[in-house]
Design a protein around this ligand. Sequence first.
Ligand SMILES: O=C(O)CCC(=O)C(=O)O
Ligand SMILES: [Fe+2]
Length: 237
Amino acid sequence: MTTPPIPGLFFDPAVLVPTELAAHVLQQCMDTYFRNNNANQVMLFGRARDPSDASPASGGGLPPFLHSLLHDLDGLFRPVLPPETHRLLFPPSDAPARARQAIINLYRPGEGISPHVDLLRRFGDGIIGVSLGSGCVMDFCRAQGGGGSEMWDVYLPERSVLVLSGEARYGWTHGIEGRLEDQVEKQVLEITGPDARVRDESSARGSEWLQREVRLSITFRWLLPGAEVVGGMSGED
Ligand SMILES: O=C(O)CCC(=O)C(=O)O
Ligand SMILES: [Fe+2]
């Protein structure tokens, strides 16, 4: 499955949160927030960075396991993101302090989230999404104008990460259809002599249906100044 050519969207299915950390974070979230109730969403707020905090991840105020996750994401993204995008997500310690929000969404099989652009007045540019527990297909549609029909489906495997910045953050909606399973293209790589290539599309690709399990996503966003007030979490404004 190819990554949609949406400027500012970073997604590479091969870039994954390490297995142990993913299991730890999933377990902590389930035990801490979703154990005895029917909640399906938790919002956590990090402080704007304290200048004495040397952590490049700027996750102060978030629980330690999210701090660890941010720390690992910093390293995971460093070699694969354009440097300016990496800096947007993990600013240097002398950059102006900003407050992060982490939102944890729990999806039982069959559940999804309506297409939306993350609130423009509440969140800044540079959004990180982490998928744990299960994969799912995320749909991206051009938000307004441009014909409105351009749409891309991306399968986000368990432990994968994605970044929305610039046009992908402001000009496209993202959403997850409520389904029990996702049809996912298989991609077969064939090495033929000196040229390694993807085998002819028609013969190389088949598709398979992947059942959804319980999925937990963690989304890190920058709160805009004055936007600390709790309210709706997403949607166009
Ligand atoms: O579950 C996801 O990966 C997406 C969550 C999301 O888009 C949101 O909370 O704004
Ligand atoms: Fe969102």
